[in-house]
Every structure is written in C-alpha cells, then in structure tokens.
Ligand binder design. Sequence first.
Ligand SMILES: Cc1cc2nc3c(=O)[nH]c(=O)nc-3n(C[C@H](O)[C@H](O)[C@H](O)COP(=O)(O)O)c2cc1C
Length: 161
Amino acid sequence: MDALEAIRKRRSVRKYTGEPIPREDIETIVDAGRLAATGSNKQPWVFIVVTDREMIMSLKRAAEWMGNAGAIIGVVMDPASRWWVEDGSAAIENMLLAATALGYGSCWLEGYTLPLEEELKQLLGVPENKRLLTLIPLGVPVEWPTREKKSLNEVLRWEKY
Ligand SMILES: Cc1cc2nc3c(=O)[nH]c(=O)nc-3n(C[C@H](O)[C@H](O)[C@H](O)COP(=O)(O)O)c2cc1C
C-alpha cells in the first residue's frame, strides 16, 4: 500500500480479534514513528511495546476494548524538549499510518490516557520526569469503520482564509 492509500484508509479501529502481531511488523511500525519529523531533530521519544497479555489486561483500564489488542505501544516523551507534543503527535500519526499499511487496526488513545497518566506510568516503569503521551493499541481488525470527514471543498482555501 502506498502512503496516500494508507492516509485515505486510516481510521480509528477499536475492535480486534485478539491475534498476536508478529514482532517484525511491530518493529516496522515503531520504526515509522522513529523516523517522524521532530523539532531541531531532538527525537525526544521512547516507544514501549507491550505484548504481554497480563500487562495488556492492566492497561485496558484506559479503555476496556483494548483487551483484544495484539500489542500496545506507549509513546513516552521528554517534556524538556520544546516541541515534545508536536514531535510525539508526528510519531503517533506515522505509526497509525504504518499500522494501516500493514493491515492492522490502531487508535490514537490520548484523551483516555492522560487522566490516568501517573497510574499508567507506574505500570510501565516510566521515569518521573517523562510524559506518557499516548497509548496506541494495535490489532488484527474485526471490522474497518467508515467515518464521515469534512469534504476537501469545506477545508481548502486558496491564497487567503
Ligand atoms: C489527540 C487525540 C486524542 C484521542 N484520544 C482518543 C481516546 O482517548 N479514545 C479514543 O477512543 N479515541 C481517541 N482518539 C481518536 C479519535 O476519536 C478519532 O481520531 C476521531 O474520532 C476521528 O476518527 P478516525 O480516527 O477514524 O478518523 C484521539 C485522537 C486524537 C487525535
């Protein structure tokens, strides 16, 4: 699948079969995150991959439906870096697209993660001075949702607002 196809196909997928994901596919996905654009090339990230079923069950307190994920990626950022949120977001989107290209469902889980950040950081052994920006569940999709998007005409302006 080429990049444009993956961009058009990507949707938040929240239903997974529970099948495991091969290690090399997970590495390909994280590698896409590693290669994201990053302010001043700081690369202020570490990606924690969880495949252990027991840990997945613990992490699902952030979202019950994550229980059937084959893996969960924790995106850990260094807030000492000025653009840590932007950098983390670029890495997340790259990983969602890579997951889509490989046929896996994924979801950007931040709204549910941040309120539990301290608890989740402890579970994952994240140092006090780092931030857990997002969890990204990955799984073999049960279904691929469609979701309404604004049309190009609604959001594209030429030359001025
Ligand atoms: C910053 C951010 C935070 C999000 N947090 C959550 C979340 O906590 N739980 C969730 O189920 N989806 C979360 N999402 C996914 C959005 O709900 C989803 O992207 C949106 O509904 C559009 O659907 P689509 O991803 O299928 O295009 C988040 C997405 C973004 C960009």
